[in-house]
Design a protein around this ligand. Structure first.
Ligand SMILES: CC(C)(COP(=O)(O)OP(=O)(O)OC[C@H]1O[C@@H](n2cnc3c(N)ncnc32)[C@H](O)[C@@H]1OP(=O)(O)O)[C@@H](O)C(=O)NCCC(=O)NCCS
Length: 347
């Protein structure tokens, strides 16, 4: 059962017990002026429409959430999207839609709910694009689109019949890479005031391979996940994303923290790791600002399979919580229990 929790709201799946509120919402002709195709005239019609919402959610052909205010489970509005197409790159969600009872409007609820649903769409539901649209005279919806970050892609003059006339339609969309950039900018702006000491790093996995940075120093070479020291005033998450930008030239969004452990040699120092989404950006070798560009330590960046890495490098990855990433956990299930302890010592 999917539930999304925001600062003031809980978005949950529909239930048959929502019928009284659902009927109130779906039969309000004045409020649903722009959504005349979903208006229900009778409680029976509303019941059918509600059951349809429950069924499409169960089938996974749509993600329709009811909006409730924390502490009161009653439905006050709805937000969601249909899954229009499943491509090899991910889902295309279209259209996204929303409506809320008049007494709850202009409090920012739909903006708050829509952001949480987009977050879910891109980070959990494997969507690569969410598209929507509205009539040009639907000003509150355009305002919500702007506030959540949708981009206007087209304006189609007099393209749809509504209320006796041909009206202009606006088309909006948000692609996953744009959302990643927006979310990365947001994360980089908000420090939490706590002083962190240690290292933060990124676990980025694509097609079962892990994004690794090659280090070369004094005839030695080794691979690490992108990461580095946490700077003053940074949170571990901000440090991880900054290091990812510096070392691999890509922006990322945190999916989850995968591990936090104390430095075995210094109790005040911690190692923080995060599972990070970079969409379909291509990482390229960046730099380490603390090292002279003439003698770089970072000498390569690439996607490595677990079998391409040494036992030592894998140990660090396990400690970073690599096992909490499903693709890797699945691979591990196929491993035998053969002992693979390295028999060669470091020089
Ligand atoms: C569109 C709708 C979902 C917005 O929900 P909401 O919770 O009120 O949205 P928010 O409070 O997050 O934002 C609404 C914004 O529109 C602005 N707005 C509302 N009426 C406005 C008007 N007449 N002129 C200019 N701005 C207006 C609000 O001021 C607010 O912007 P702000 O934060 O800059 O002040 C709600 O109005 C609704 O349910 N309408 C009926 C159903 C509908 O039309 N759905 C969309 C179909 S495409």
């Amino acid at each position: 059962m999917i539930r999304l929790i925001t600062e003031r709201l809980i978005l949950r799946q529909y239930a048959e017990s929502d019928l009284p509120e659902y009927f109130k919402l779906s039969s309000d002709k004045q409020n649903l002026y722009f959504l005349d195709d979903i208006i229900t005239e009778t409680i029976e019609e509303a019941g059918e429409s509600l059951r349809d919402a429950i069924t499409v959610n169960e089938k996974g052909t749509a993600r329709r959430f009811c909006i409730t205010i924390k502490g009161d489970d009653k439905l006050i509005g709805a937000v969601g999207y249909e899954i229009a197409k499943i491509t090899p790159l991910g889902k295309i969600a279209e259209p996204m839609g929303w409506f809320i009872m008049p007494e709850h409007q202009n409090k920012g609820y739909i903006t708050e709910a829509a952001k949480a649903v987009l977050d879910f769409a891109f980070s959990k539901d494997n969507c690569v694009r969410v598209a929507t649209g509205c009539y040009k005279d639907n000003i509150p919806t355009q305002r919500v689109m702007d506030k959540v970050g949708f981009k206007k892609e087209a304006e189609k003059p007099k393209s749809k019949y509504h209320d006796g006339i041909m009206k202009d339609r606006l088309e909006y969309a948000l692609n996953k890479d744009e959302w990643i950039l927006m979310a990365a900018r947001k994360t980089s702006n908000s420090s939490d005031g706590v002083k962190y000491k240690g290292r933060a790093q990124c676990l980025v996995v694509r097609d079962g391979k892990i994004l690794m940075v090659k280090h070369t120093h004094e005839n030695d070479e080794w691979y690490c996940s992108p990461g580095g020291g946490i700077e003053d005033g940074e949170t571990p998450a901000q440090a991880a994303l900054r290091e990812l930008r510096e070392e691999c030239n890509v922006s990322g969004v945190i999916i989850k923290k995968t591990s936090e452990y104390v430095d075995p040699y210094d109790d005040e120092n911690f190692f923080y790791s995060f599972h990070i989404d970079i969409g379909n950006q291509t990482p390229t070798l960046g730099y380490d600002p603390e090292v002279s560009p003439e003698t770089p330590i970072l000498t390569g960046v690439g996607w490595m399979a677990l079998s391409d890495l040494s036992e030592v490098e894998r140990v660090f990855l396990w400690a970073s919580g690599l096992l909490s990433i499903a693709q890797i956990a699945t691979e591990l299930e196929s491993w035998s229990r053969e002992i693979s302890y390295p028999n060669k010592r470091a020089d």
